[in-house]
Ligand binder design. Structure first.
Ligand code: FES
Length: 232
C-alpha cells in the first residue's frame, strides 16, 4: 500500500527552523510507521535522521509523535492511521536532527533516582528469596523500556528542567517496592524533594503514552503516598 507522510525535518547545521518533508512510501498492508520511515530513508532521502534498533517494541529507541500522540514507530500500523501521517520528534528534549533528540536529560533523571538494587547486607549463600506476592508488588514497573514516551508527553517535563519525569519515578518504584532492596528511604528522599514526584499534576498523559501499558500515573501516586506516609 502507499502511505503519505509529513515528517518534521530539522538540521541545525543547515537550517534555522524546522520544515515539513512530504513523502510517499510503499509498505506492506501490515506495514508500520517505522517501515514507512525506512522506505523514505532508504529509497527517497537518505538524510532523514531517526533512531531505531530492535524494530519490535523492546529497545525503546523509536518513540516519536505520530499524528499527535507519543508512540513507538515500530508498533503502529500505517493502515490504522489517518493520512498523511504526521511524524514529529518527541517534545521537551532538544532536537539534534529530524526525529533524533538529545536523550541525556531524560537518562539523567532516571539515574538520579538510583534505579538499581541497593543492598549492603552480607549476601546469603544462595539467592535472595522473594515470594510471588512480593514480586507482584513491582511487576508493572518492570515493563519499562525507557523509551521516554511517557516523560516527553508530560507538560510539566516540557517546562520544568528539574522534574525527573514519569519514567524516572516508574524506574524508582521498580526498586522501592522490591523486598530485597534497602534503598527505598534514599529514593523516597530524592523523590520527595524539589523536582520529584510532587511536580506531577496527574494529567494522565504519561499513562496514555506508555507503549507497554504501564499504569504510570498509578505508579507515581503510589510513590507520592509512600513519601507522605513513610516512617521518618
Ligand atoms: S525499534 Fe526498538 S522499540 Fe521500536
Amino acid at each position: 500500500m502507499q502511505v503519505e507522510l509529513r515528517v518534521q525535518r530539522f538540521d541545525p547545521s543547515e537550517n534555522d527552523e524546522a520544515w515539513w518533508g512530504e513523502y510517499v512510501a510503499e509498505v506492506e498492508d501490515n506495514g508500520r510507521v517505522l517501515d514507512a520511515l525506512h522506505y523514505v530513508k532508504w529509497f527517497v532521502d537518505g538524510t532523514l535522521g531517526l533512531r531505531r534498533s530492535c524494530a519490535h517494541g523492546i529497545c525503546g529507541s523509536d518513540a516519536m509523535v505520530i499524528n499527535g500522540r507519543n508512540r513507538l514507530a515500530c508498533k503502529v500500523l500505517c493502515r490504522d492511521l489517518k493520512q498523511p501521517i504526521k511524524v514529529e520528534p518527541i517534545q521537551g528534549l532538544k532536537v539534534e536532527k529530524d526525529l533524533i533528540v538529545d536523550m541525556d536529560p531524560f537518562f539523567a533523571g532516571i539515574a538520579a533516582v538510583k534505579p538499581w538494587l541497593i543492598n549492603d547486607s552480607p549476601a546469603p549463600a544462595h539467592e535472595r528469596l522473594q515470594s510471588p506476592a512480593e514480586r507482584a508488588k513491582y511487576d508493572d514497573a518492570t515493563k519499562c523500556i525507557q523509551c521516554a514516551a511517557c516523560t516527553t508527553a508530560c507538560p510539566i517535563f516540557w517546562t520544568d528542567e528539574e522534574y525527573v519525569g514519569p519514567a524516572a519515578i516508574v524506574n524508582a518504584s521498580r526498586f522501592i517496592y522490591d523486598s530485597r532492596d534497602e534503598g527505598s528511604r534514599e529514593r523516597l528522599e530524592i523523590l520527595g524533594s524539589k523536582g520529584g514526584a510532587f511536580r506531577c499534576r496527574t494529567t494522565f498523559n504519561c499513562t496514555d503514552a506508555c507503549p507497554r501499558g504501564i499504569k504510570v500515573t498509578e505508579r507515581i501516586q503510589e510513590v507520592k503516598r509512600s513519601i507522605l506516609f513513610r516512617k521518618m
